[in-house]
Design a protein. Structure first.
Length: 321
């Protein structure tokens, strides 16, 4: 995937001169990409600050089967097309990590790992990172059998055994991806029914490679010097040791809101509290995608919110002229 970087401000370690924009978009996933497309089309002077792989978490999804216009498409292909469209429309992307934000004299000041920006408005679209369980062995074996990304790590488990922990859309989609690679797959869910889209849930549960562990919890990841060798589950029948070579965790996400805590109001889960879908407690700050407390977390809703956010910025800029 091609990636355009403006080298004028990127990373010598020292902060360069402050650039001024009408809008800063923080993030690189579908919400940010959609916001960038619309900001470019509206002629808003803006910059997109993406600190990670272009496309965010969506780019790591093996197959997306519920995005309008595609019966199935790889997440990386979909987000790559979005990025290309945004770039062609005139969006400016810089690979920098937002570290802090403040408001001074009616302007938003954004500090990154290499630059400073001022903007009239900010769109927070930084998404969310995978949550952890904090069970014994989880941290020790991370990268040696414990993973949060089946799309990334599935090839390491070809013809091996794996366990997926979770019951939402992400867990089920990634588990289905693993069925093409592993010899056996266990699915551990704390309830007796999956929360994922029924069609995908049924497809997974009925797969001949899959064994389900209902009403069960991951208690420990066990292994040796080479990596994971098994898991210990708390099940209705008591504790069980299950042999496995890999453990894939999909137990929720943590919104990436740390740089914005002094700028907008957050809920108890650290997600941005929204008003009228994309508004926040700060009239100069909007939010879109998985970083918000909006309940339905899908690519299609993220791109909708990104578009709404840029449209709201455009309307306010028009009023201020």
């Amino acid at each position: 995937m091609s990636f355009k970087v403006d080298t004028g401000l990127v990373s010598s370690g020292a902060i360069q001169s402050i650039d001024s924009y009408q809008l800063v978009i923080a993030g690189g996933g579908p919400a940010a990409l959609s916001a960038a497309i619309y900001a470019a089309r509206y002629g808003i002077k803006h910059v997109v600050l993406e600190s990670w792989k272009p496309g965010g978490q969506a780019a790591l999804t093996a197959e997306i089967e519920n995005y309008p216009g595609f019966s199935s498409i790889a997440g990386s292909d979909l987000t790559s097309a979005m990025k290309k469209q945004a770039t062609e429309a005139g969006a400016l992307f810089r690979m920098e990590t937002v570290e802090s934000t403040t408001e001074e004299n009616g302007k938003i000041l954004v500090k990154t790992d290499s630059s400073e920006y001022t903007a009239d408005f900010l769109i927070i679209a930084t998404g969310a990172a995978p949550a952890t369980l904090g069970v014994p062995g989880e941290e020790r074996y991370y990268g040696r059998g414990v993973s949060f990304c089946a799309t990334c790590d599935a090839p390491f488990f070809k013809n091996k055994k794996a366990i997926v922990v979770g019951g939402g859309d992400s867990a089920v989609k990634e588990a289905l991806h693993l069925t093409h690679v592993v010899s056996e797959l266990g699915l551990v869910h704390r309830r007796d029914k999956l929360r994922a889209e029924p069609y995908l849930a049924r497809k997974l549960v009925e797969h001949d490679k899959v064994t389900t562990y209902w009403n069960s919890h991951l208690a420990e990841v066990v292994g040796d010097d080479q990596g994971v060798t098994g898991v210990i589950l708390d099940t209705p029948e008591g504790r069980k040791h299950i042999d496995t070579d890999g453990v894939f965790l999909y137990v929720g996400t943590v919104p990436a809101t740390e740089p914005f805590v002094s700028l907008v109001e957050l809920d108890k889960n650290s997600a941005v509290l929204t008003r009228n879908i994309v508004g926040t407690s700060n009239p100069r700050v909007f939010a879109a995608g998985d970083v918000t407390n909006n309940g339905f977390r899908q690519v299609v809703t993220a791109v909708s919110e990104g578009a709404r956010a840029s449209a709201a910025v455009f309307e306010l800029l028009e009023k201020e002229e």
